[in-house]
Each structure stands twice: as structure tokens, then as C-alpha cells.
Write a new protein. Structure first.
Length: 436
């Protein structure tokens, strides 16, 4: 039986198909997961899945290969996101968001424990979303800059109101920049970066220590036009290049320059680094990953390849196999998404709902050997599937390789998966040789 949200998607898709607008009906159904059966990945052993403590609703995760550490942007309260989360057009209770502070965590992929960083010179509110991490090339001690989306409520949207109930607050989304000395317990706040072009930011990709890309996934933040934009595949999202000056003396938009570098495209979402200096851009509702070059002269983006998944997609990552040799190379793209996206129209506000997860793997050397091929020519393989009980609403996944010497010569890796509505991140042990 098709539920009401799925029926809405179905009806919209029919209209789009009849009017020759948008994707094919078959692909529309696949991406939305309207009729998808939901198998769970069967583990070879029970200890091949580990729950990582204190990782609530971590929408994004990044592997810093230079130090083999994982960085995650998480929430500290499970309930807040169901009442205030602008990316899902949730603006029900801004008072909770006003007094909420998310957190940045560092996870050791070997022992799989989470360590939250203590903020210095920053006291929120901090409603987390996408993040990125880049090394500080000028530091004498190993350090990184952390760029983090923050969907803080905008008090100025209700200046004449005496309570949150009298006026629906809007979001004042921005990017927070922190600096973290590796091995320390703190994240020093460098500055807040705001600009009118940073309107509905979803993810951020650091280009250097003073510039980044962000994606605005929608033109409309809320209301009927937001739903219209989503369901009719309007090409109204943008990617924006931002330059900023460092220093706590700079406030908001001071010392910030921004320009649109990609537009006329539907539902831009996650950003990630790809092979050969390229970037990967997720188009969530389209179920697509676009591989692209950034021009160093004017920061324009040129799309070079298109990867199609049979689900929605979120934040893409690329796994460079550190143990690759002539006999095996497991390098490839790792792409998390929603297995039944049609359901989120009614599950996104329910703390007890289940949003099934799926993670795709696109190896660059099918079979694990030989010459690399275009990723667009490779059929994506599901590397992890779950009905939402082990991990709800998967949004990001990264692979960390295991030394074959520890596995009797076999090629295994740990897949770390996070979810924007998940109670915690998970680590899943996967056999790469069985997947390529």
C-alpha cells in the first residue's frame, strides 16, 4: 500500500511526465523510493557493526587522512532538530534552537570513540549541518581549520515580538570558522561568515584557509513555494564562492566577498573532494553526483561527469585506498542517501520514525585492478542498507582502509555512516573485494 506522502510524489511525477517536464517516471520513482523493498545489510559477524557513543544527529563527517582522524558536526539534544531544522523547513520552536548548541567531535577510526571539542570564544546557538576540514599550512604545530554551517535562528525577524509563540522566527544561516590544534581539546572560534548569498546553505567545501564553496539547496526557505520547488524539480539552487578575512574583529558580513559560480540546477546538496583535483557535488532529489573542475582563475565550476544513483543522495566522499597495489585497488566514491525519501514528508518531524538508509559505492577500478575508468561508466553498488533501526536518515559516509596484514591479506575497510536524524553514527566493517 502506498502511503500519502508517496502518493503525493507519485501524482506530481505523473504530472511532470505528462507535461514532459523533469525526469522519467521510472527514475523519479527509483530516487524517491516509492516502491522500494528495504533489505538490511547482513553482517558477517556481530562485531562488524559498532555504535559510536555521543554522536547525535551528525549530519556530516570528514576523514582527515594526514592524521587519520574523523571530524563530525553533531547535535547535543535529540529533540531540537524535529522542531527547528531549516534544511527540512522545520521552524516550529525557535526557542529551543536559540538555547541549543551543537558540537564538533573527533573520532579515532581505530578505537571508534568520540571526543567532543570545547569551543573557545563561541557560545552558540549552533545548529549544525555540513562541515569541512583543511590543514593549516602556516601552523608550527599540526592544526586544521574547521568550516561549519550554522542554521541559527534570526532574532531580527521578530523584533516587535515578546515571545517565540507570537512570531515564527526565520533562520540566519551562516558559516562558523574554527581552528583546532590536533591532539588538543579545544576549537578556537576564528569568526562568523555571513553574506546575503549564503541563504539556504547545505554544505561547505574549504578551498583554502580563507575561501570556500557553499551550496544553497533551495531558493525558498519555507512555505508552499519550497514544496513546489522540491516536487517539480525547479533548477533554482546555487553554488557560491566565498572569500573572507580572518580575525575575531570582523563581524558577520565584514570582510566577506561572495559570488554565484553555479546556478540553473536542481537541488544542489553535498560537496566533497574527488579524484585528480576535482570536486563532487550531490544533487539530493535528483539522486545524482556531478563531478566538476573549479577554475583557479575565476572559481567557475565546469561539470565533467554525471553519476546516477537509484536513491536520493547527500554528501559524497572519495576513498583513496592507502593500501592499493597492482593486485587490488579499492578506491572509489562513497555516497549516502535516503532509501525511501518519499516518506520524509511525514517522518521528518517524528522522533520515533524510521527513515531507511542506503550507502552506495562506485569503484574507480571495477574488479579492483587494471586502469581506472570514468566513474560515470560504473554501476553503483549498495555497500550498506538499513531500515532505519541501526541508522536513520543516512547523510554522509566515509571509508577508512584496514591494513591487509591485519586481515590475512584480505581487503577490508571500516565504513563510517552518519545521519541527520540518527541517534548515533555507526562503523560497519566491509569486504572491499566482495564489492568491487
Amino acid at each position: 500500500m502506498v502511503n500519502k506522502p508517496a502518493l503525493v510524489v507519485l501524482l506530481v511525477a505523473v504530472v511532470l511526465g505528462i507535461t514532459s517536464i523533469g525526469p522519467s517516471l521510472r527514475q523519479y520513482f527509483k530516487v524517491a523510493g516509492v516502491f522500494r523493498d528495504m533489505p538490511n545489510t547482513v553482517l558477517a559477524q556481530d562485531d562488524h557493526l559498532i555504535y559510536i557513543e555521543d554522536t547525535i544527529q551528525c549530519e556530516d563527517i570528514h576523514h582527515h587522512p594526514e592524521t587519520n582522524q574523523l571530524f563530525l558536526a553533531c547535535e547535543d539534544n535529540y529533540d531540537v532538530r524535529f522542531e527547528w531544522f531549516p534544511p527540512l523547513a522545520k521552524f516550529l520552536n525557535s526557542s529551543k534552537a536559540e538555547h541549543s548548541s551543537g558540537s564538533i567531535h573527533v573520532v579515532d577510526p581505530v578505537i571508534k570513540t568520540s571526543r567532543r571539542l570545547i569551543f573557545k570564544d563561541f557560545d552558540g546557538p549552533f545548529i549544525t549541518h555540513g562541515i569541512d576540514v583543511i590543514s593549516d599550512p602556516e601552523s608550527t604545530a599540526p592544526a586544521v581549520f574547521i568550516f561549519a554551517i550554522n542554521h541559527a535562528p534570526d532574532a531580527s525577524s521578530c523584533t516587535g515580538s515578546t515571545s517565540h509563540e507570537d512570531c515564527a522566527w526565520r533562520a540566519s544561516s551562516r558559516v562558523e570558522v574554527f581552528r583546532h590544534v590536533l591532539g588538543s581539546t579545544t576549537a578556537d572560534h576564528v569568526r562568523t561568515v555571513q553574506h546575503p548569498l549564503i541563504s539556504t546553505p547545505n554544505d561547505v567545501l574549504a578551498l583554502d584557509t580563507s575561501s570556500f564553496l557553499i551550496t544553497n539547496d533551495y531558493h525558498h526557505k519555507e512555505g508552499l513555494l519550497r514544496h513546489f520547488e522540491l516536487l517539480t524539480w525547479r533548477p533554482w539552487s546555487t553554488a557560491v564562492h566565498v572569500n573572507f578575512q580572518h580575525g575575531t574583529s570582523f563581524k558577520g558580513t565584514e570582510g566577506v566577498k561572495a559570488k554565484v559560480v553555479l546556478d540553473n540546477i536542481y537541488n544542489l546538496n553535498g560537496l566533497g573532494r574527488a579524484r585528480d583535483g576535482q570536486i563532487a557535488i550531490g544533487r539530493a532529489g535528483a539522486g545524482a553526483i556531478e563531478l566538476a573542475h573549479i577554475s583557479p582563475e575565476n572559481q567557475t565550476i565546469q561539470i565533467t561527469q554525471h553519476l546516477q544513483m537509484d536513491s536520493t543522495v547527500d554528501n559524497p566522499s572519495y576513498f583513496t585506498d592507502p593500501y592499493a597495489d597492482e593486485s587490488f585497488d579499492g578506491s572509489g566514491y562513497i555516497i549516502a542517501g535516503l532509501a525511501k525519501a518519499a516518506d520524509i514528508l511525514h517522518t521528518a518531524g517524528d522522533p520515533n520514525a524510521l527513515d531507511p538508509s542506503i550507502v552506495w559505492y562506485v569503484p574507480t577500478k571495477p574488479g579492483g585492478r587494471g586502469s581506472a575508468v570514468k566513474a560515470s561508466e560504473v554501476t553503483p553498488r549498495p555497500i550498506f542498507q538499513d531500515d532505519g533501526r541501526r541508522l536513520r536518515f543516512s547523510t554522509t559516509a566515509v571509508l577508512v582502509g584496514i591494513d591487509p596484514k591485519l586481515e590475512g591479506g584480505q581487503r577490508w575497510a571500516w565504513l563510517f555512516v552518519t545521519g541527520a536524524l540518527a541517534k548515533g553514527a555507526v562503523a560497519v566493517k566491509v569486504n572491499l573485494e566482495a564489492l568491487v
